[in-house]
Design a protein around this ligand. Structure first.
Ligand code: UD1
Length: 392
């Protein structure tokens, strides 16, 4: 058992969030750090990668995330601009706050940008959700994952396949710990507060009948550049979704990138149907309610593959690969890519009752953040070099 008081010489853990999928991962971590004995001091830094009310503010409220201590207000930009701007604005914080380490989650541009700054300033980097690999380097997230893991000092994984990936890349085993999935911590903590799908539609000014019918409903999200940035890919995807909606009504939560591209390519007409409810990006509790009640989920999201597995809801992933293979091997996920035939077949199988039931992966039990808190406190308290000698 460690002392009840955090050593005065050991600075706070700077916890970084930037984009929507970071928020549900960080919320349980901050709570677990607070509940740890001794409480682990933190400083929550938001890079501002996501900033809209729909992409940001609502999730903070739903997830009971504290207001960030600092917001770097980086906003949108090309990958280079966004990454560089996060780096430029994040660097001075290390001198000002003298953290014991910096904790980053997931695989967004903010994750890599902050990790890279720390590596050059000799501040230890902790990566939560390490070791996931799609082996598709055309995905910006894959580059972020690979590089962050190379420079991280402590790596926490969600599934055991990550350990083999890291070993292959030469990451020393003693830096890696299997702790489970913090995203599922959030899901389990919030499940009973999920908003009823009919209420979500009513509040959006849409007819709730779509989600209370006997045939059930499907949920759609799309935002990967590889699916939505080119008309040649987006148009056929939308037309197969339109077809699917004739079989099962769909609730489609539109990411700002996707909404903008649909308008830019003149594809709005194709989605105009009584059987497709178009919604803005949803709050966490709304999305959780929609997912939990769905017959099928069609998505290119990383997080939704895990959330549907935890909920036991069949998911068709509109990608050729996944960095989360456990959702396919043990969970409810099936990769269908963007091939209309495969999508149709997948939906038909699920509607016929042949969807995957899956099982809950090891350590997706709501206690991953507690495991991280326990391990990180132990690790920090036994680091030979204390803060003053860490900074050049
Ligand atoms: C980012 C992550 C992706 C994650 C996704 C979740 C990277 C490389 N990508 O992609 O891994 O799955 O978040 O949403 O980090 N926009 C707004 N409001 C916002 C944020 C963005 O309108 O609050 C629009 C802007 O036009 C922006 C575009 O969305 O240019 C893309 O935003 P960006 O943060 O660059 O990437 P995402 O596609 O959201």
């Amino acid at each position: 058992m460690v002392d009840e008081v955090w050593p005065a010489g050991l600075g706070p853990v700077i916890c970084v969030v930037g984009a929507r999928p970071n928020f549900m991962k960080m919320a349980p971590i901050l709570r677990a750090f607070d509940a740890h004995h001794p409480a682990i001091p933190t400083l929550l830094v938001h890079t501002g990668q996501h900033y809209d009310k729909d992409m940001n503010d609502r999730l903070f409220v739903d997830l009971r995330l504290p207001h960030p201590d600092l917001n770097l207000e980086v906003g949108s930009g090309t990958h280079a601009v966004q990454t560089a701007e996060v780096m430029r604005r994040f660097e001075p914080l290390l001198d000002t706050y003298r953290p014991s380490c910096v904790l980053v989650v997931g695989d967004v541009n903010s994750t890599l940008a902050c990790a890279l700054v720390c590596a050059k300033k000799n501040v230890p980097v902790v990566h939560v959700e390490a070791g996931l690999r799609s082996y598709d380097r055309a995905m910006p997230e894959e580059i972020n994952r690979l590089l962050t893991d190379q420079i991280a000092d402590r790596l926490y994984t969600t599934e055991r396949s990550a350990h083999a990936n890291l070993a292959r890349e030469g990451v020393a085993e003693e830096r890696v710990r299997f702790v489970g999935n913090v995203m599922i911590d959030s899901l389990l903590a919030n499940r009973e507060h999920a908003r009823a799908p009919a209420t979500t539609l009513r509040l959006a000014g849409l007819d709730p009948a779509l989600v209370v019918g006997a045939s059930g409903y499907g949920v759609v999200t799309l935002h990967r550049p590889s699916n939505v940035d080119r008309i040649e890919t987006l148009a056929p995807l939308l037309s197969v979704l339109r077809e699917v909606s004739e079989r099962v009504p769909l609730v489609f939560a539109l990411h700002p990138r996707t909404r903008a591209n649909i308008e830019r390519f003149g594809l709005s007409e194709g989605l105009a149907s009584r059987r497709i409810a178009l919604l803005p990006p949803q709050g966490y509790l709304e999305m959780l309610g929609l997912l939990a009640g769905a017959k099928v989920v069609l998505s290119d999201s990383g997080g939704l593959q895990e959330e549907t597995t935890a909920l036991g809801v069949p998911c068709l992933t509109l990608r050729e690969n996944t960095e989360r293979p456990i959702t396919v091997e043990q969970g409810t996920n099936t990769l269908v890519g963007s091939d209309p035939q495969a999508i149709r077949r997948g939906v038909e199988a699920i509607l016929a009752g042949a969807g995957k039931n899956g099982r809950i992966p090891e350590y997706w039990d709501g206690r991953a953040a507690q495991r991280i808190a326990a391990d990180l406190a132990r690790w920090l308290l036994t680091q030979p070099s204390q803060h003053t000698s860490l900074h050049g």
